[in-house]
Design a protein around this ligand. Sequence first.
Ligand SMILES: Cc1cc2nc3c(=O)[nH]c(=O)nc-3n(C[C@H](O)[C@H](O)[C@H](O)COP(=O)(O)O)c2cc1C
Length: 308
Amino acid sequence: MSQGASQEPEATLSQPFAERGAFEKAVQRNPHPEFKKVEASRPGWREDVEFNYTKTKSPEWKPGQGGNDNGESLNKEHIQIDPYEEGRPAVYNYKLLISGIIPRPIGFISTCSGDGRSTNLAPMSYFQVVNHDPPVFTVGFSGGLENAKDSLRNLTETKECVINIISEHFIEAANFTSITAPYGVSEWALTGLHPEPCSTVKASRVKESIFSVEGMLVQTHEFSSRADPGKKTGVLAIIEGTRFWVREDAINKEKNIIDPAVLRPMSRLGGIGYGRLVEGIEIPRPEWKEFLVSEDFQKLIQPKADGQ
Ligand SMILES: Cc1cc2nc3c(=O)[nH]c(=O)nc-3n(C[C@H](O)[C@H](O)[C@H](O)COP(=O)(O)O)c2cc1C
């Protein structure tokens, strides 16, 4: 339900709601039984940290040189994991993947229901931009279409959404929207975030967000479990961007570059972790022709062979 709307929210405790509770219990996402105690022992948020660029670790790196750690990583062994090995719960793969594929961008998805009575806001870190002409984004929703999360239900009903990027200045509120609120309960009101009207979709964008993209659903693809055949475990949504919104102070004159120092995006790590972007490096793209003039480089040019 939109913030301020007068109807009673239809707060139903649905099947997906119960399933999600069971999933969260199995994930054991929070590694700290007494989280507040652990948090109190940590240094405070560093307000003074400005995003800035440093040199890369090895500015004098040359082609053929490999890693920049003097071969240290080559002295370590790997272990092999079969995602479906005997006795390995599927949730282990979830925990492994969300802790290993980091940092992940977070799409903060705003949707509304087909009848316009219910809205939804939820963070999704199975999220990426995959094309620019047209602008295309992917979002992965856990669970099938039948027991769809509220955002996915709204997205398939209306074919519309807004993808907002989460910045440092509203990370707590954004995280709070992941609460398993019953369908019909507004996350806008629960968090105090502010809805702003959009141009090409009915859903609202998040006013606090520095960068938002209005989008239309292109296609969904449902995945089936390999561990539990027949069970639907996830839905990939492909979304085409139809309008961009960027805060004035974050964009250049040509309206083509967003300043990371203003955007200050938050990313998702494993468990209950988030990452801040506090430092960057820049490395020019190598130009084949530029390197080709060097004799040392020419010696590295070999046909592809096994193991290379
Ligand atoms: C940072 C973050 C990232 C998340 N990423 C995803 C995701 O990619 N896919 C997903 O299904 N749920 C994800 N979740 C969980 C949903 O946000 C959560 O289930 C939320 O209640 C969505 O449900 P709703 O659409 O029913 O409101 C994430 C939660 C957090 C805090």
